[in-house]
Design a protein around this ligand. Structure first.
Ligand code: UD1
Length: 364
């Protein structure tokens, strides 16, 4: 079997890292990086640390409006697909890279396998929701990480193409979350001039990530989140996505927040280590919500929609508006989840994903 895998943004790399190891035992994989994420610490660091082979193609496409980025990626992905003539296109998640590759392949009658299918937030203003819906509907094989993904597929008449594999992100967490300890690395601090020095990971801290369009379009939401974190009794470690670096540094400096440690994005091994050792987690990332769940940590998610209902049990993960008081009030609530509750599978999703590709190849 020949499989073209297209990745492009940070949350896809760790999933491709667990799947390629199984896929390449028996099959040929051509790895394509769209270039959507291009900073060293958003991309190459992941390839190195997780020992992902160099991409066979790097399309070098990033930035611009959603339509510009997606359109340019579609044209470039089409060229690769015509040349490689794969049995499958494999894509992950909900980024513009996912949608662009899926559309290009579907129009060439190349079957598309969408891993992490069936997620619905029911928020049409969330750009990733459009990507999820369109990708699912043009895909021949829909692999759900959890039962709720299968339930959503059923509502849209997609269940015939669906299979429950478990979450490859849980595989990745199991494999890599013990590889670093907080003493192994230093945080690269952010400053207005860009030269911020480094700092050790504090003994006690909360872990914050925030990069969604909904929370970073203007100052208001981030300022509220910062006010909430500043009022906690432990410092906050916040690795800042490049899209809101300028805003985050400016707001911190203008308001004199002293408990906020703003730093460069950290690699995957450092991020899962930071989750494991954090007191609590505040995030707007779908991936980090799950990692907080895997690590047994209290999480407050700054979104007005649920991505992963499985994490929203017994107080473990709660939604909050970007409002300081609501965030801190929800962070303070207790959580206790039965360790036997494992909705994300058994840590062997990669094997199930490859098996699904092998079995369904005959029928598409
Ligand atoms: C994308 C995905 C989102 C995912 C997130 C993970 C879409 C629509 N969104 O959002 O689902 O959760 O990745 O991080 O695909 N930039 C850099 N350096 C980089 C990458 C981006 O400076 O390495 C800049 C871009 O030039 C752009 C901004 O950050 O100005 C936003 O990047 P973009 O790729 O549009 O989306 P993300 O916010 O990263």
């Amino acid at each position: 079997m020949k499989v073209v895998t297209v990745v492009g943004a940070r949350p896809q790399f760790m999933k491709a890292a667990v799947v390629y190891r199984v896929l390449r035992e028996k099959h040929r994989e051509i790895l394509v990086h769209t270039g959507q994420h291009y900073d060293y610490n958003m991309s190459e660091q992941f390839f190195r640390e997780l020992e992902i082979p160099d991409p066979d193609y790097n399309l070098g496409i990033s930035g611009g409006t959603h339509a510009q980025m997606t359109g340019r990626m579609m044209a470039a992905a089409e060229e690769v697909l015509i040349r490689e003539k794969p049995d499958w296109l494999l894509v992950y998640g909900d980024t513009n890279s996912t949608l662009a590759a899926a559309l290009a392949a579907a129009k060439l009658h190349i079957p598309v396998c969408h891993a992490e299918a069936g997620i619905r937030t029911h928020s049409r203003t969330n750009p990733e929701e459009i990507n999820r819906i369109c990708t699912d509907h043009v895909s021949a094989l829909l692999l759900a990480a959890t039962q709720s993904g299968m339930d959503e597929m059923a509502k849209e008449g997609l269940l015939e193409r669906g299979r429950l594999t478990g979450d490859p992100m849980y595989d990745a967490f199991r494999i890599w979350s013990e590889k670093r300890s907080p003493g192994d690395f230093r945080l690269k601090l952010l400053s207005k001039t860009g030269e911020g020095g480094t700092e050790a990971v504090p003994d006690r801290y909360c872990y914050l990530t925030c990069h969604r369009e909904e929370n970073t379009r203007e100052d208001g939401p981030l300022l509220e989140i910062f006010r909430g974190m500043e009022s906690l009794d432990v410092p906050t470690v916040y690795p800042v996505h490049p899209r809101n670096r300028e805003r985050a540094v400016r707001l911190r400096d203008a308001c004199g927040f002293r408990k906020l440690i703003l730093c460069e994005p950290v690699g995957y091994l450092e991020s899962v280590c930071l989750v494991k050792h954090a007191e609590k987690v505040v995030t707007d990332s779908g991936g980090l919500q799950r990692e907080a769940f895997f690590a047994g940590k209290k999480c407050v998610t700054i979104l007005d929609f649920v991505c992963w209902p499985e994490t929203m049990v017994s107080g473990r993960n709660e939604l909050s508006a970007p409002k300081a008081e609501e965030i801190t009030e929800k962070l303070a609530r207790p959580q206790q989840v039965d360790p036997a509750y494992r909705p994300f599978g058994d840590g062997h999703a990669a094997e199930k994903i490859v098996r699904a590709l092998e079995e369904e190849r005959m029928t598409v």
